[in-house]
Design a protein around this ligand. Structure first.
Ligand code: ZN
Length: 501
């Protein structure tokens, strides 16, 4: 007689298989699918989504969870099996409140919205995307109502990405960040002596850019036998399974840093996915702890490692070999300063470490207003531009560089953006711990040896998968809570030096 836990695992494995197939279709949609495939793909994804949902929220799952809970009651809190039951139960109780029709409706609407967004963005045509955006907001509100919340409907949406965090907690952290980042950016703008990065504004051919991206990824420890790199409009990473992790980049010949840092950023996500241990099985545990924790891994590699001087001590000679003309006479210090140039700009994914957060604050505020019905979709482009002016002092010349720039809303991801700024905070907290544990970390990075760092991340972050909530994980790693100061201290120190503030 198999026990309930074994039966539960078999059922969760099937749910995970359906999710894996869905992720593969989603990856294909963004990488390979011809435009004509959009409607059929929307159907495929909607069907898989509702099958996975129905299997997961069925009464049988609930009964198995009950019995498995009794079977695992004596196990330690952090054991794989006790964690599986605890985490699955939380998810089950949330998801069973969502009607299957709403699940299918959302999946179908978002798949169509994604294709509409790609077209609207290319043509900078918000009007053609507006009906989709309206539908997305309505579905987000319906989803929040189904999931339930205490204070604000946004909390229900945020919880899908950042379990057990509320919009009030996020707002408090963001206020602390604003209090130091806004004056920091202002001081840099007032300094009026921009860092010289003119050598970056030349033509950097696609082929060598691609080659360099692959070289850096391999050095970071990305396993090409268990992953691949492709191109897409919006860079992203999709784990189909820990043994099949796919990341994408976009290469723009006139913007070297765009593709370069996209690869390193997505590489950080991909290393997390490849580091999820097989022992966690095909279950809800085999994923990142949250989107914020996931983002901490990409930000850690992108900013704390790859925007540091030691990193370029090792990698600049490689890059110079690929682009001898463009980088003639550029030294490590000059390159380091250029990749840390701070300047208010339109595109979030290309923003520097300081202004990046301002892009997040404004999206968070717009989302809160949309979900609370304080802002009409028709007024969204104007509201966007007003916030850009308020936070960054610039106004996008068109919606392509404004409200249409991000993929998230078209994918139904309202409640997602705050996790990016939380990821910045967590990255600084986690990196400080890694630095304390690996005494000659800077020297290792300068020598191109990144494996001790990866091993530390594997041990302290990756191997736990989703066993712990973000708050529990931060407590385990740092002994404290998620905090803004370590990130703000790091940012002020680095930029004050570069800009001689
Ligand atoms: Zn990311």
């Amino acid at each position: 007689m198999p026990n309930a836990l074994t039966e539960l695992k078999a059922r969760l494995a099937q749910v995970d298989d359906l999710e894996g197939a869905k992720h593969l279709l989603g990856w294909d949609q963004q990488v390979n699918m011809p435009p004509g495939g959009a409607e059929a793909r929307a159907q495929h994804i909607a069907t898989l989504s509702s099958l996975a949902h129905a299997l997961f929220v069925a009464n049988e799952t609930g009964e198995l969870l009950e019995s498995a809970s009794a079977e695992t009651g004596e196990l330690p809190y952090d054991s794989d099996d006790a964690s599986l039951v605890r985490v699955t139960r939380r998810e089950f109780e949330k998801m069973r409140r969502v009607p299957e029709e709403l699940v299918a409706e959302r999946a179908h609407a978002f798949a169509l919205a994604f294709s509409a967004w790609e077209k609207a963005r290319a043509q900078s045509d918000f009007a053609s995307f507006k009906p989709h955006q309206e539908r997305i907001v309505e579905l987000a509100i319906a989803y929040a109502e189904a999931l339930g919340y205490d204070a604000h409907p946004y909390d229900a949406l945020l919880d899908r990405f950042e379990p057990e965090m509320t919009s009030a907690q996020v707002a408090k952290l963001f206020d602390q960040m604003k209090a130091r980042i806004v004056p920091l950016v202002q001081a840099i703008v007032d300094r009026g002596e921009p860092v010289d990065d003119c050598f970056l504004h030349q033509e950097y051919a696609d082929g060598p850019q691609w080659e360099f991206g692959q070289l850096v990824l391999a050095k970071m420890g990305f396993d090409f036998q268990r992953g691949r790199m492709d191109r897409s409009t919006h860079p992203f990473t999709q784990g189909i399974s820990p043994d099949d992790v796919r990341l994408t980049t976009r290469i723009l010949p006139e913007r070297l840093l765009s593709g370069l840092f996209a690869v390193i950023h997505e590489g950080g996500h991909a290393l997390y996915e490849q580091g999820l241990p097989p022992t966690l099985g095909r279950s809800k545990l085999r994923s990142g702890a949250s989107y914020g924790v996931h983002e901490s891994q990409s930000r850690l590699w992108e900013n704390l490692v790859a925007r540091s001087q030691p990193f370029w001590q090792h990698f600049l000679p490689h890059l110079r070999r690929l682009f001898p003309q463009q980088l003639d006479g550029v030294d490590v210090d000059g390159f380091f300063r250029a990749v840390n140039r701070v300047e208010p700009s339109f595109i979030r994914v290309e923003a520097d470490e300081a202004t990046y957060n301002l892009h997040i604050f404004m999206r968070f505020e717009l989302e809160l207003d949309l979900v609370a019905r304080r802002l009409e979709v028709a007024d969204l482009p104007a509201a966007w531009n007003a916030k850009m002016e308020a936070y960054l002092g610039i106004t996008p010349p068109d919606d392509r560089r404004g409200v249409l720039q991000d993929v998230h809303w078209s994918s139904g991801f309202i409640g997602y953006f705050p996790t990016y700024a939380l990821g910045n905070l967590l990255a600084a907290q986690i990196f400080a711990q890694a630095r304390a544990a690996i005494q000659d970390l800077d020297r290792q990075i300068a020598g191109g040896a990144l494996d001790d760092l990866l091993a530390w991340l594997r041990e302290n972050v990756h191997r736990h998968g989703k066993k712990f909530t973000p708050l529990e994980l931060v407590e385990r790693i740092t002994g404290g809570q998620i905090a803004a100061d370590p990130f703000l201290d790091y940012l002020e120190t680095k930029l004050s030096e570069i800009y001689r503030l």
